[in-house]
Write a protein that binds this ligand. Structure first.
Ligand SMILES: C[S@@+](CC[C@H](N)C(=O)[O-])C[C@H]1O[C@@H](n2cnc3c(N)ncnc32)[C@H](O)[C@@H]1O
Length: 374
């Protein structure tokens, strides 16, 4: 029975990718706004979404939405929300918040008002003055935008990008959910060759291999809502068992990762092993200038060094030249480059990109330059 409202959050720019993922998982009728997708679901969908979503940040339960421009309105309407559907007398309650263009500007005061209202509701429900807060944690978010309050409970805990496989990260790795989104936004599928010639910790390729083998990204990690009594453990167990059953066998992917730094390549192998895709990717330490491709068709998805910390300008232009030199006589190859360097298209001597998408790597604005095969 679809009797709860969920909000899946994502980094700005990923909404369309996440929506496609939700449709593939069987959901429909979405309300999409910046970084949020809301839809009806059943409680048993919480494990499925946390375990399967690749490009999203978090899965939240929407508890209430109302107008409030003073603390009395915030307290009363928060108290009237159905907290006891989720939280019990032992639950530890943490309230976080944000406020944008609203009368109730003090995030700290809003948080404490919301916590007081929830505690009051619990005291009345259980007829107890003292609530020990020794049980599993519930993280409530109070977000206020233009005096409209939205109350949610987080079901994910650590952000969904934390798959748990990455122990070696290198200097500036991209988040796992960004890497997955890059692959999902490209036209790569498990039958195509994929190369990342500057693969760092291997994130893009590991995410691609997991997509290619239908490995659920959250299969090996824990989520905060697994501790809650209100979600039957069987839902989690069943979802994990199903996810294990649908994994495709290894041995059919053609994915290759290179990096000039030998240490990074060792790290990639460890990360790929942790993710269960070590036999799906061939990693090798190699300078991009020495890369040779024999096949007429394939795809490159890569995240070259950028920023003051990572590289000097002349090094970057050398790298862009090298990519161009390898692929200029290979019209069957699509090249996808993500970088914050706005000079990239100028120095990467190809025709104009077919598409440029503005995305975010954490808080850094980046562009995803997409050159399709000719
Ligand atoms: C921004 S990092 C890639 C991060 C990667 N996407 C990840 O998630 O970990 C860029 C990588 O390019 C590598 N690199 C720099 N110059 C290179 C070259 N000439 N040939 C190959 N790799 C190079 C660096 O060692 C670094 O690991």
């Amino acid at each position: 029975m679809k009797n709860i409202k969920l909000i899946v959050t994502s980094t700005f720019g990923f909404e369309s990718v996440v929506k496609k993922e939700l449709i593939a998982l069987g959901f429909d009728h979405f309300i999409v706004s910046d970084g949020k997708i809301e839809f009806d679901a059943a409680i048993s969908d919480i494990p499925k979404l946390n375990i399967w979503l690749r490009a999203a940040d978090r899965v939240l339960i929407k508890i209430g939405e109302f107008h409030a421009a003073d603390f009395d309105a915030l307290f009363d309407q928060t108290k009237s929300c159905p907290w006891n559907d989720w939280i019990n007398e032992n639950s530890k309650i943490t309230v976080i918040g944000k406020s944008v263009k609203s009368t109730l500007q003090s995030v700290r005061s809003n948080q404490s008002m919301v916590k007081r209202a929830i505690i009051k509701k619990m005291q009345e429900t259980y007829n107890k003055e003292m609530l020990p807060e020794t049980g599993p944690e519930f993280v409530v978010q109070v977000s206020i935008l233009k005096d409209i309050v939205q109350l949610t409970i987080d079901t994910s805990g650590a952000g969904l990008h934390k798959r748990g496989y990455r122990v070696d990260t290198g200097d500036v790795p991209i988040r796992e959910n960004l890497a997955a989104a890059l692959v999902l936004l490209s036209f790569w599928n498990k039958n195509k060759i994929l190369i990342d010639p500057m693969c760092g910790s291997g994130t893009i390729l590991i995410e691609a291999a997991m997509i290619g083998r239908n490995i659920a990204p959250g299969l090996k990690r824990k989520f905060i809502s697994e501790e809650w009594a209100v979600i039957n453990n069987k839902f989690w167990e069943d979802e994990r068992l199903c996810a294990i059953k649908v994994i495709l066998p290894s041995g059919n992917l053609r994915i290759f990762g290179y990096d000039i730094d030998k240490k990074r390549i060792e790290g990639c192998k460890t990360n790929a092993k942790n993710a269960g895709v070590e036999s799906d990717i061939i990693f090798k330490d190699q300078d991009i200038k020495d890369l040779e491709v024999e096949h007429e068709n394939g795809m490159v998805i890569s995240n070259p060094p950028y920023g003051v910390k990572m590289a000097r300008e002349s090094d970057l232009y050398y790298i862009y030249d090298s990519i161009n030199a390898v692929f200029k006589n290979k019209p069957g190859w699509s090249i996808y480059i993500i970088t914050s360097d706005k000079n990239f298209p100028k120095y990467f001597k190809r025709a104009k990109p077919d598409k440029v998408r503005k995305l975010y790597n954490g808080t850094i604005e980046v562009n995803y330059y997409q050159y399709q095969k000719k």
